[in-house]
Design a protein around this ligand. Sequence first.
Ligand SMILES: Nc1ncnc2c1ncn2[C@@H]1O[C@H](COP(=O)(O)OP(=O)(O)OP(=O)(O)O)[C@@H](O)[C@H]1O
Length: 287
Amino acid sequence: MTGTTTIPVTQTASTAPAIPVLSVEQVTVRFAGLTALDDVSFTVAPGSIHALIGPNGAGKSTSFNVLSGVYRATSGTVRFGDALLTGLMPHRIAELGVARTFQNIVLTAGTVADNLMLGRYTLTRAGFAATALRLPGAVREQRRHRERAREIAEFVGLGARFETPVGLLSYGERKRVELARALCMEPKLLLLDEPVAGMNTAERKAMAHTITAIRRALGISILIVEHDMGMIMRISDEVTVLDFGRRIGGGTPQQVQRDPAVIRAYLGTGDHAAPAANRTTDGDGAR
Ligand SMILES: Nc1ncnc2c1ncn2[C@@H]1O[C@H](COP(=O)(O)OP(=O)(O)OP(=O)(O)O)[C@@H](O)[C@H]1O
């Protein structure tokens, strides 16, 4: 991570688009005989960092898959401001300003720049033919997108790696490329799927710093699924807790850590301490 703390935004705060509320309303998802999500509701306030936590199999990934259009809800709705997301294809949801990172990185080809330019695709106006023929308008547009991609790379600490093939990057750096690719879509809502999974303590700390810096610089909403309880409790404004597909609790990090239902879900009994700030359900905590 570089010392940079703001992404030089191309829009000023006064012209930046308003960030809509995300409302998940009574969403149920069933797979043959199994209810992965059962009547789940929660809202993500504009500009907040909201965590979705729960033990393995609780329904966190299923929630992300519904929000990003990969799965269809059996019933219930997801709204992003006035837009109804349920039933939309993933690319339409992305166009509405919802970008997602993936838990398992699949980046292997191209340079960092190439991968970030993929993130600019939904924002590109010039058609395929104009770009392929290198018409002046298309060339100018590509140059603008590349400059913005470079700014974002610098913000996430990859400025020096912009022209490097992703295959040569460390695991932690590739996780950052994945984050930067999502940021290149200029999202209003960023869905982060286990952004520190597999990272060492230093990398986790740096990533937590980057996530809070993104919110500060862009004012966007961030919904994060992560097993690292230490990080979640430190950076989240609000936490929603799932267990066996149901919403069993929610509130500020302090509230959920004291909630007996949440303690039971994590520890199997209500008589123990709350999910400690350095506890994870998978992997180590970052302190
Ligand atoms: N495509 C699918 N087909 C059938 N069952 C599924 C499918 N996707 C998820 N499930 C089931 O739904 C339940 C919730 O899974 P999900 O992956 O959402 O949990 P999770 O909270 O993300 O767990 P983890 O922390 O282990 O990633 C699990 O029982 C899982 O096996």
